[in-house]
Design a protein around this ligand. Sequence first.
Ligand code: UD1
Length: 429
Amino acid sequence: MDQLLITGGQPLNGSIHIAGAKNATLPELCAALLTAQPVTLENVPALQDVRTMLKLIASMGVHVQDDVASSNALTLHAGGLDKTEAHYDLVKTMRASILVLGPLLARFGKARVSLPGGCAIGSRPVDQHIKGLEAMGAVIEVAHGYIEASLPVGQTRLTGAHITTDMVTVTGTENLMMAAALADGVTVLDNAAQEPEITDLAEMLIKMGARIEGHGTSRIRIEGVASLNGCSHAVVADRIETGTFLCAVAVAGGDVHLHNARAGHLDAVIDKLREAGVSVESTETGLHVKSAGASSLKAQSFRTTEYPGFPTDMQAQFMALNVVAPGSSTVVETIFENRYMHVQEMQRLGARITVEGKTAVIDGGATLSGAHVMATDLRASASLVIAALVADGETTVERVYHLDRGYDRMEVKLQSLGAHIQRVSAKPN
Ligand code: UD1
């Protein structure tokens, strides 16, 4: 298992390219299941989660031409798909595998998908995905750890329906939107998620011939079509990778250009960064960030909410800023019940944080000292890397595979900006 060794204290300067969004790529790979024609995706990030999803759809008989390593592009051809099952072995490693459910059911009238199990950051049920598909006429049984979905005898297509989810769910909205694209009649999704990744997926589906309106709002209207065609689509930039590097520069200090980053998708985070004393400016090619370093900043309180609010996927990274910036702050996590796993590890670096339920209170301005810490989930790992950039001495971050799920060579990008960070293969015990 790889480790990252980070020696804090270097400012970050230069320019990096922000990759395509993980959370747009994953549903867009599944959208390719909706058509028998080839689909080309560009600006695909080289991430472990993307490789897992490719493995999953290849196991169903999808032909994958994978040029991600050389050109961040790939072509998928689901014309020969002959297996509508997502096996436990792959689903257990990545919950987003549930995104194959809607497309498989819509195009083939059946799907067998392993029920995603528990997760480090919360229980994360998929009841809303199931409820929505049932409203569209699917017959769903959960047995032996699998969601077994089919259509009533004699029926070949899902039927449009008016669906209001009990809470705002990102992958739930995506699954139902993809299913509705091939259903008979009109589907209205109320209380829909509004994340930019949903808008990007809708734009891709529209290129495939889908009739979708209202994406980016809480009501999405989808008029089903008989079939969808192939398309070529470039994945939107990753707003969470963008926010992560903005926080890194904020605490380490420096002057960095983030090519391809889009301010409009990250307003809630950028507003807080500006209030904290960081300069963030939009340019023609991306975002420019400048900071005089942690001691020049002021900690900011925030609460996570659905888009366009402060993203839960940025909570840990911004908390790293609050730990070192002078001032006290309060963070409230409203989306996931167990998303403070990074706190104990940050405390090992010297952070002063107390957690009670959904609320973390941070006594900022701490001087951190390097230590061994363990990554527990994707964004928690990123927050530890950020904290290590300003810790005194060397920090070792273990279990870097969490980071690799969602960041395309984070340490290479940080190295290019001047950080003292290297990846080493840990010796087996
Ligand atoms: C997506 C993102 C993830 C992000 C999260 C919240 C992807 C691949 N992942 O995850 O990075 O952290 O949105 O922005 O896009 N819920 C239910 N029942 C359901 C569905 C959700 O109770 O059927 C609950 C969840 O437990 C959670 C909340 O609703 O508390 C939001 O979850 P959801 O938006 O579905 O998260 P994901 O789509 O899994």
